[in-house]
Design a protein around this ligand. Sequence first.
Ligand SMILES: *Cc1c(COP(=O)(O)O)cnc(C)c1O
Length: 370
Amino acid sequence: MNEQQNGHYVLLTPGPLSTSMTVKQAMLKDWCTWDDDYNKGVVEAIRGKLVTIATRQPGYTCALMQGSGTASVEATIGSVIPSDGKLLVIDNGAYGARMVQIARYLNIPCHVLKSPETEPPNLTELQRALEQDSAITHVAVVHCETTTGMLNPIEEVTALARQFSKRVILDAMSSFGGIPMDIGELGVDFMISSANKCIQGVPGFGFVIAKQAELAQCEGRARSLSLDLYDQWRHMEDNKGKWRFTSPTHTVRAFHQALLELEIEGGVVQRHKRYSDNQKTLVQGMRKLGFTALLPDELHSPVITSFYSPQAADYSFKTFYDFLKNKGFVIYPGKVSSADCFRIGNIGEVFQKDVLQLLAAIEEYVNRLP
Ligand SMILES: *Cc1c(COP(=O)(O)O)cnc(C)c1O
């Protein structure tokens, strides 16, 4: 592999992830932020394409927001919940827990529906909470819990939220663009993702796709100036793609290229197929080598997989990581508190040949363990 010889490696991590050479090349030009080439040609094009990917239903709009994905989650929670509102957060992993933490920082009343990281949310408890706590105005849920790789049952969650007339905030950070869904059909009010996940851009900004009628009601609610989602959106609408503050131009340009490459690949359906095929090859190969995945197959997303660490006394994540990095692959530490795991991501510019080479490298490592 040439890339490897140049000191590059394949990132098997859930963002930043491996991007194509053409996405990287899109950053080789400096862009000004006030002319039509950039604002109409790139920013507005991106906003339009994102809405088209998210839903076939009318009435949705999109705002881009500087920062990592968490900034967009914080912008959403902080800008859409009114001062007398209350958020219910479904927490079965680190990213659910992060939304709880955001609500606490912002002094937003929060009902936490906690379940173990290896289990799906308890829908009976969700229904009970929605029946009993009438102060709740918004329900927040993570689609793919990147902590474990679990795919949460968003159809059931959004249906319950709608039944009780609650607004839905969906953290689809690690699934949007890689797993087909229609947020309009689901009835999601605010969906959040970021540039460096399944769209396969580089890090630097996130985005929120929102029911326009809902977002339009959020003026003056924000608890932060730079994270005022309504104001950011209003500014982009009124000024045809202009960001309020410095736009991450290179990142945005790379993202535009990444969106074109998603179309060339055949859209979300084909990308999902590639990720799923890679994940199946990975899990089958790992099972042959004696590894066990943390989650049963039916709870799994094709985005990232957690495996139990080998039991051999000589195993350490550090030596495993360094060995694989030397071979041109970067894996991810575990994030589950209840079990000793490591994680391997499937998203990004990663193909079957990479998975097969990775498996060969892991086999070599395993054979060296006494
Ligand atoms: C990556 C990710 C985020 C955002 O993480 P950042 O490090 O802020 O980009 C949020 N939620 C989920 C589910 C994620 O996978």
